[in-house]
Ligand binder design. Sequence first.
Ligand code: UDX
Length: 456
Amino acid sequence: MAPKIAVIGLGYLGATHAAAMAELGFEVLGLDIVPEKTQALSRGQTPIYEPGLEDLLARHVAGLPGSSGRLSFTTSFAELAEFGDIHFICVNTPQKPGEYACDMSYVDSAVESLAPHLTRPALVVGKSTVPVGSAGRLARRIAELAPAGEAAELVWNPEFLREGFAVEDTLRPDRIVVGVAGGGGTAATGGESRAESLLREVYAKPVAEGSPFIVTDLPTAELVKTAANAFLSTKISFINAMAEVCETAGGDVLKLAEALGHDDRIGRKFLRAGIGFGGGCLPKDIRAFMARAGELGAAEALSFLREIDAINMRRRVYMVELARETLGGSLLGKRIAVLGAAFKPDSDDVRDSPALNIAGQLHLQGAEVTVYDPKAMENAKRVFPTLRYADGVTEAAQGAHAVLHLTEWREFREIDPAALGDVVSERHLLDGRNTLDPVLWRKADWTYRALGRPTA
Ligand code: UDX
């Protein structure tokens, strides 16, 4: 019989994972300690904006007309343990306030709440991003707490999904990494372990479609995730450093990135210069990685990440400076339209969003800022209630002295610069994402400034 799947934590990662597992044909029970979340999901509503997720919920949530009925939700760990053969831990590991280290309390409390109910053989699968060494510690804790003892096993299976592509990335992952204690079975030790076989069954479809399945030991699996995010952050900060050089040398970072990207060893992706990276993962993951390396006595190995972080944060300050310079040296009383609040397009997530951070800095320095974002308005208002918000681009730009393009939504590429020029006070456009067409904007008499590109 196919294993039954339990998912703990129903945020970006967990809600998507639960729905994707139901789509793959498994019976799934999702748990969150926040009843409003499970109630909304039971009605087929997502707590987050994620393309394709609501469709999956409609197809599988039990009780919805025409659904497969394979997906249900609960707030009870006892019910979850009773139901599941495999328990995926998908809770958040945010940055601790005022520290670099990540907050493991949600993972720890998921394990503490689940393990005492594990009375029969069960597989616990960690998916959250954690400091290396956590899996080994949690495995020991589960063995202590679970009545099933060593029959309650822990493996680590990091998740690499990108927001905005979460469904696609979960159903068709680039790779599936599974860390098992001791590094998994070999021909010499008698073939694959029970844990490995179970996960091969879970991921049979993506593997058949070409996703590589890589078995490692526990620390390597944990490290694959943090190393991947460190590398991606490095690529972005590298190209942003080149943007800084381009500005002083008179070069064009877009052309530079294009030409670099043709070298297969470098690759074209993640070389988009702009206001830098944000979101719930990259910034906090590189900081947590540095903190953990410090604890392990390997701080020097990751000291370059400090510079990666610094380059990234400098982008935000620089954008504010550029706005000040464009507006004649002072932001006081200047009306600024900010297009975008989400940390990237196709997401309503404003966690550590460069766009919202820049809007906030402008506001604190005396500008009258009006923000518009196609999907992230509610979250932005919650985080930054003192900013002004508009229902559309035209309303945000009414009477503006400058327009800042800070999240590259498709909608913004379709703006008619001539029409927008009629509602603003001054035609200054600052493109923080390098995705608008300078020729079009300049033709409509706007000054167009972008990061790392010639001014005219
Ligand atoms: C990231 C990783 O990509 C994913 O594998 C991991 O599981 C979680 O963290 P995500 O946070 O969803 O995913 O966003 P991503 O698409 O990686 O973008 C992160 C940030 O980098 C965004 O703010 C984006 O605007 C910025 N970025 C990305 C750039 O500034 N330039 C680029 O070239 C690419």
